[in-house]
Design a protein around this ligand. Structure first.
Ligand SMILES: NC(=O)c1ccc[n+]([C@@H]2O[C@H](COP(=O)([O-])OP(=O)(O)OC[C@H]3O[C@@H](n4cnc5c(N)ncnc54)[C@H](OP(=O)(O)O)[C@@H]3O)[C@@H](O)[C@H]2O)c1
Length: 317
């Protein structure tokens, strides 16, 4: 099946076509994308999910259909098809994840299609710490976002990026900061540097609300909780009822050296989040360079209840 025919056949006959003013969601089968789709539906929005043909039969695509989302297959290299599926949308939201071929190339195709289709608004897949003030070269994934942002800022479309710090959920998994076994909070630099955390669910809820809000500014900055390393210690103690000690592995210079060594030994250049990239993210946060500029925009949608770090750590027990 060609991508063009896939696009036209992908919505099942029983599937309602998205109503006018619908939201186009790219990357809807991803971890964040699925949550954004769910919260858009909760807010009564009509949603058209763009997926690559290979994902059309996935469990995620089926779950989207069950929620009343129209699932459409696209090839990001076919401009005319991409434009057609964007026609009539009120906003294009990207929750794509990847490296240059996705963050710059696929998102640029999506942006061009949104502009050609006359879509008024675009939300890129930023969802990160504040990369706007970081020096070029200090974080590969943030460089790619800034490169796309330069294109977005030149396009005749209203753009809104959502910056949310680190997903709080990572504290119980990939980010080795709260060490449950030895009951230590591992850090470099200062234990008093404020760090921004937002759960993936809160980020999705906020993105859904922003997608339906025609008057959003260029940047929206949110944090479910802004916590220092000492605050994380207190949160871990409250969540577990057990004492946690701080463990300072060294200064930020040592962390920078560790990043260089890890990158040399395990480059994994094709991976979106290899270990050195995660360490780089932590360095950007612990140095304060990627701290979200105040004031935060948490209160913009008052129905959202922000989940504190303590609750995420407690849920893991
Ligand atoms: N702040 C944080 O701590 C944090 C942590 C994790 C992620 N994030 C960000 O959240 C966003 C979403 O991440 P995620 O973890 O939800 O991603 P994910 O689960 O990996 O899913 C991303 C989606 O990207 C699409 N995709 C992947 N490669 C593609 C390609 N070559 N061309 C077109 N589409 C492609 C896939 O769509 P199909 O297969 O359906 O086509 C997939 O559904 C990203 O911006 C990511 O950086 C932030």
């Amino acid at each position: 099946m060609t991508p063009a025919s896939a696009a036209s056949l992908s919505a099942s006959p029983s599937q309602p076509a998205a109503a006018p003013g619908f939201i186009v969601l790219a990357g809807a089968t991803g971890a964040l994308g699925l949550l954004i789709a769910h919260h858009l539906r909760q807010r009564g929005a009509s949603v058209r999910a763009l997926v690559r043909p290979a994902a059309l039969a996935s469990a995620e695509a089926e779950s989207l259909r069950l929620q009343g989302v129209e699932v459409v297959a696209v090839d990001y290299q076919r401009a005319a098809d991409l434009t057609r599926v964007c026609q009539g949308a009120a906003c294009v939201v990207s929750a794509l994840s990847g490296l240059r071929d996705v963050i710059v190339d696929a998102q640029s195709s999506l942006l061009d299609a949104a502009v050609a289709a006359g879509v008024p608004r675009f939300i890129p897949s930023d969802f990160s710490a504040d990369f706007t003030r970081l020096p070029e070269g200090s974080n590969r994934n943030f460089d790619l976002r800034r490169e796309f942002a330069r294109r977005l800022d030149k396009a005749p479309i209203q753009a809104t990026s959502i910056l949310n710090g680190m997903f709080t959920d990572l504290l119980t998994g990939q980010a080795p900061v709260v060490l449950q076994g030895p009951r230590r909070i591992l850090y470099w630099g200062s234990p008093d540097q404020p760090l921004d955390f937002t759960t993936m669910v809160n980020t999705a809820e906020y993105t859904a609300a922003a997608a339906l809000d025609p008057s959003t500014p260029r940047y929206l900055r949110v944090a479910g909780e802004t916590a220092t390393i000492r605050d994380l210690q207190a949160a871990a103690q409250q969540a577990t009822g057990k004492p946690f000690k701080l463990f300072r592995a060294g200064g930020l210079g040592l962390l920078a050296t560790m990043i260089k060594v890890t990158k040399t030994l395990m480059p994994a250049q094709d991976e979106v989040f290899p270990p050195w990239q995660g360490m780089q993210y932590l360095h950007n946060m612990l140095s304060g360079q990627a701290k979200l500029a105040e004031p935060l925009d948490n209160a913009r949608y008052p129905d959202i209840r922000w989940t504190p770090v303590r609750e995420v750590l407690a849920a893991q027990q």
